[in-house]
Design a protein around this ligand. Sequence first.
Ligand code: MN
Length: 225
Amino acid sequence: MHSIPNIAVPTIAIEGSDARFPVRRIFCVGQNYADHAREMGSDPDRAPPFFFTKPADAVVANGAVLPFPPRTDNLHHEVELVVALASGGSDLSPDEAVQAVFGWTVGIDLTRRDLQAEAKKAGRPWDMAKGFDHSAPTGSLLRGTPPAKGAIRLSVDGEQRQSGDLSEMIWTVPEIIATLSTFVVLAPGDLIFTGTPSGVGPIRKGQVVEAVIEGAAPLTLSFAT
Ligand code: MN
């Protein structure tokens, strides 16, 4: 007979501290930059951003060497501002939403784009396209309120692929948290990936990806050959 398994809560680093931030859930915003919504074939003037999720243990730290994900020939990068919550609640006002923030960092919403395209076509869930193992690389958290503007960039093997500004977000961070809190009761430990600017594209085996948000330490990942 098996013993009852012990399961560790996933955590992420906090800049300038030995303490770790426990991850409860990961929420993500889809199509929160107009130019990315257009490159995905949507009209940002007609369809508002929306939410999906990843498992908490999809987080991966800076410097990781990741196995190339299975079941995809089109793994895509999406650089995103990530917000971590120290408190929660439901039906938060934008002001209350800001008070709930613990800190922020840069992350990558890794996406099996081929599986997502199949799911969209068939009207099926995105879980296997978005919520796979190691699909949420996340940098060290900086404490405090995230910036409302500043460069957000991603390069693959030194070649720039994505370049935008946080000020281009359709829903601001307070609006995202407030809106999400009408769908679920937010809680300490929740992470929110806030959407990606345009320029998403494929990552091949053996490549190195660097994600940057002005003011935060870069997040670098390598993929096994
Ligand atoms: Mn995304």
